[in-house]
Design a protein around this ligand. Structure first.
Ligand code: PEP
Ligand code: MN
Length: 338
């Protein structure tokens, strides 16, 4: 951390800032320039609250120079993390992964038809919600464990790995036999107790960015899981809330290269929630692959218009197959495969 003092800061003000820095447990290196004094903190700065220093008299700016997330930071694993799954598939590395499935698992016929379509398109991951975080308590809340049983069967019949959302700590244990990857939804990105508990699990976690979360907050949330010893974390950009109303959320494509630069963790793009509109999913999926996404998470359904949740953003199976083919060309153009 660097504290830049104002040009007219007095010696008393500088000394007072140094005292607060020392009390916070860091060493201070002082540089007195012709115009300005700079105080550099060396030591355990990760937990420091910068605003504590910003408000001290005589302080101009406070900057962080080392990242507050040690395990999620790129420096921890410069070559990048590849998360491996029991079906032999992986997320991260040179290959772009396709994760397809319904917003909600609805019935046997639906999930089996979708699993077959994912496999046929070359995808290796089946997603499906069984515990749904719905904005209204009167909306369909998901089939729960019986839904996960159906998804597991459909996935196994097609060599797919499963991804499903966990909403609370009590669901982790009962979900374990059915899911290969726990999804933490946007609404739970800062449910720190849930994140800590997932740090104890030895299965991958797909962590979605909160609807109003900064990239730094997403990385700090991933740090909760990593610091428990679970290094298989996948980050997901799924759109954020802005003043724009033309789409359900604003798909932050720039978050993809930013996350790839700051972190070694694989990055998944979710253009379904990112746009909320079926006709916008394909263009944003293409942009995400071009921008370096390691995987795409896309909501699909044989009868998309009739999907019990998120129908407007859900793609038909034929469109998913066509999109996957188009993405293959884009992946090759940017030095990847799919
Ligand atoms: C979902 O994947 O269906 C979902 C609810 O996602 P999010 O948490 O991004 O809204
Ligand atoms: Mn959904």
């Amino acid at each position: 951390m660097i504290v830049a003092m104002q040009e007219n800061a007095t010696e008393e003000q500088i000394d007072a800032v140094i005292d607060v820095m020392l009390e916070s447990g860091v060493n201070v290196h002082r540089t007195t320039g012709a115009m300005q004094t700079i105080l550099a903190a060396v030591g355990p700065t990760a937990g420091l609250d910068l605003s504590k220093f910003e408000v001290l008299p005589g302080v101009l700016h406070v900057h962080r120079i080392s990242s507050p997330y040690k395990l999620a930071g790129r420096a921890f694993r410069p070559d990048g993390t590849v998360v491996a799954f029991p079906n032999g598939a992986a997320i991260g590395g040179g290959k772009v992964a396709m994760i397809g499935g319904p917003c909600s698992i609805e019935n046997r016929e639906q999930i089996f038809a979708i699993a077959l379509a994912v496999k046929a398109a070359g995808g290796r991951f089946l997603r499906g919600g069984a515990f749904k975080p719905r904005s209204s308590p009167y909306s369909f809340q998901g089939l729960g464990i019986p839904g996960l049983e159906l998804m597991r069967e459909a996935a196994d019949a097609n060599g797919l790995a499963t991804v499903s959302e966990v909403m609370e700590i009590a669901q982790i244990e009962p979900m374990l036999p059915y899911v290969d990857c726990f999804q933490v939804g946007a609404r739970n990105m800062q449910n720190f107790n849930l994140l800590r508990e997932l740090g104890q699990v030895r299965k991958p976690v797909l962590l979605k960015r909160g609807i109003a979360a900064t990239i730094e907050e997403l990385l700090l949330s991933s740090e909760y899981i990593l610091s428990g010893g679970n290094y298989d974390v996948i980050l997901c950009e799924r759109g954020i809330r802005t003043y724009e109303t033309a789409t359900r959320n604003t798909m932050d494509i720039s978050a993809i290269p930013v996350l790839k630069k700051l972190s070694h963790l694989p990055v998944v793009a979710d253009p379904s929630h990112g746009t909320g509109r079926r006709d916008m999913v394909a263009p944003m999926a293409k942009a995400a692959v071009a921008a370096g996404a390691d995987a795409l998470l896309i909501e699909i359904h044989p009868n998309a218009d009739k999907a019990v949740s998120d129908a407007a953003q859900t793609m038909y199976l034929e469109d998913f197959a066509r999109l996957t083919g188009e993405l293959r060309t884009i992946a090759q153009a940017v030095g990847r495969t799919l």
